[in-house]
Design a binder for this molecule. Structure first.
Ligand code: CMP
Length: 200
C-alpha cells in the first residue's frame, strides 16, 4: 500500500488566475499548509486536452442544465433548447476559456492532498465559496452572471475532487517523467515518527 502522505492531486490555475497575477498568492496557500509541489508547468492548453479533462456525463449535464434553465426563466430569457444542451454548453464555454491564455498546471502531494486542496480552493461557485478560501477571497463571479453572458464561470482554479479523478487528470497534463519524487525538509516535522535530529 502507498503511504497516505503520497496522495496526489491535480491543480490548474486558470487563465483568470494567471492574468490577475494571483499565481504566487495561490501557490503560497498550498505551500504553507505543508503540501509539496511535485510537478508544475505554464502552458496554453489544447482544446482537445481540455475536452478530455472535462469528461462529464449526461447526469452532470442535466443537473447543471436544469439550473441554467431555471435562471433563464427567472431572468425572462428565451429557452431554445433542452436543459441537457445548456449543460453541455458549459464545457464548450470552459474550453474556450481555458484555451484563451496560459494556465499553470501542478501536481500537489501530501496527506489527503485531494481533500485538503478542495477545502483550500473553496466551493466551485465564487459567490458561495467560503471567506478564507482561494475562490472566496479572490473572485466574485456567479453561475447566474456567467450563465446570462454564456461564458465560463471565472473561478480561478480547478482541482480534482477524488483521488481516482486526480490520477486520470494528471495523465492528461503530465508525462510520468515530469513528476519529481523528492524529499522535502518540512516532511520530517509533518510526518516523521521519531523527532530526532532537532536538538543538538
Ligand atoms: P472546475 O473546477 O474547473 O470543474 C468543473 C467546472 O464546471 C467548474 O470548474 C465550473 O467552471 C463549471 N461549472 C460547474 N457547475 C457549473 C454551473 N452550474 N454553471 C456554470 N459552470 C459550471
Amino acid at each position: 500500500m502507498q503511504h497516505p502522505k503520497k496522495e496526489q492531486t491535480f491543480v490548474i490555475i486558470k487563465p483568470d488566475g494567471v492574468q490577475r497575477s494571483l499565481i504566487g498568492e495561490i501557490i503560497s496557500r498550498f505551500e504553507r499548509v505543508g503540501l509539496k509541489i511535485t510537478a508544475m508547468k505554464l502552458l496554453v492548453p489544447e482544446a482537445e486536452q481540455c475536452w478530455k479533462h472535462y469528461n462529464k456525463d449526461d447526469a452532470w449535464f442535466q443537473t447543471k442544465g436544469d439550473r441554467i434553465v431555471k435562471n433563464r426563466e427567472e431572468n425572462n430569457m428565451p429557452i431554445d433548447k433542452p436543459a441537457i444542451e445548456y449543460g453541455r454548453d458549459i464545457i464548450g464555454q470552459l474550453v474556450t476559456f481555458m484555451t484563451a491564455g496560459p494556465v499553470l498546471a501542478m501536481v500537489i502531494e501530501g496527506n489527503q492532498a485531494v481533500g485538503i486542496v478542495t477545502k483550500l480552493v473553496g466551493g466551485t461557485e465564487p459567490l458561495t465559496s467560503d471567506i478564507g478560501t482561494i475562490r472566496g477571497d479572490y473572485t466574485l463571479d456567479s453561475y447566474e452572471l456567467s450563465g446570462i453572458d454564456e461564458r465560463a464561470v471565472r473561478n480561478l482554479i480547478h482541482c480534482s475532487d477524488k483521488p481516482e479523478e486526480a490520477e486520470r487528470e494528471i495523465k492528461i497534463w503530465f508525462d510520468e517523467k515530469e513528476i519529481i519524487s523528492y524529499r522535502s525538509i518540512n516532511e520530517a516535522m509533518l510526518y516523521d515518527v521519531n523527532l530526532d535530529g532537532i536538538l543538538e
